[in-house]
Structures are given as C-alpha cells and as structure tokens.
Design a protein. Structure first.
Length: 149
C-alpha cells in the first residue's frame, strides 16, 4: 500500500453488496453505496451524495469563519444541495448542475446577505468544482492487504 498522506482517504469494497464500499478518512470510518434502485444495498451515501456533502460542509465552514471574523450574529447555517444532469448549451453533451440553497439563521441586512453569498461562492470546494481538475490515476504494483471491517 502507498504511504499515508495528510488528507488521504482510502476506499475499498466492503464485500457486503455489489457496490458497497468502506471508506477510511483519517480516523473516521464511513460507508458508501448505491441506492437499491441502482442495484446497491443503500448502506451509505452514494458517491454524488458525498460530493454534495463536501460542498455543503465547506460552504457552511467558510461562512462560519467569515461571520466570526466580522462578529456577525449567525445562529446556524443549513445548506441544501442536489444535482441534476442537463443538456449542455450546444445540446451535444450533458453537464452536471449543482443546486445549493443556503439558509442563514441571523438578522442580516441585504448587503451582508450578498456578501455571505459571495463568500459561499468562493469556498475552496466550490472553486475546485468550478475549475478543471486533473486526476492522475495509476495501478498499484500489488493489491493492498484486506483488513477486517
């Protein structure tokens, strides 16, 4: 197995279903799967749901950091997200459209609300998703050892 890097996650088949995965993220153990309607056993969020979780969590954390620096009274932030596939402008391919609705529990004027929306647009995961990313894949020399869940 490759060396462990800060922020690295590992994903392995859990063997509890055709698509079920066990995920190790730092000291956290999570599960991923496809819904039953897609042939999975629904033992955890789907990969797209995890993508939305990352975006929602990053948005809320970024907003929290901003309001604390400015001493704005924010009680709670709730982010609702979903995605859909839509035809591209040229109609030749499909694009993923992510919808994000931000609920702010606090008494903000319109200028503050617009500022918070702009901050949300600049959260690191938003920026990553909007820009092209490079994913470098390779095959390991040998299969990693299977560990008990």
């Amino acid at each position: 197995m490759s060396e462990i890097r800060q922020g690295m996650v590992s994903v392995a088949e859990s063997r509890s279903g055709p698509y079920s995965q066990i995920v190790h993220a730092g000291r956290h153990v999570l599960f991923a799967d496809e819904p039953e309607g897609s042939g999975g056993h629904d033992v955890g969020p789907s990969p797209y749901e995890y993508l939305l979780v990352g975006l929602g969590a990053c948005t809320a954390m970024t907003l929290r950091s901003h309001v604390e620096r400015h001493n704005w009274g924010l009680g709670r932030t709730t982010i609702e997200l979903w995605h859909e596939k839509s035809p591209s402008a040229d109609g030749k391919s499909m694009i993923v459209v992510i919808h994000r609705v931000i609920h702010l529990d606090g008494d903000f004027n319109e200028e503050q609300r617009l500022s918070l929306l702009a901050i949300a647009e600049r959260c690191p995961v938003s920026q990553t998703l909007r820009h092209s990313s490079t994913i470098k894949s390779c095959l390991a020399d040998a299969a990693p050892p299977i560990t008990a869940a």
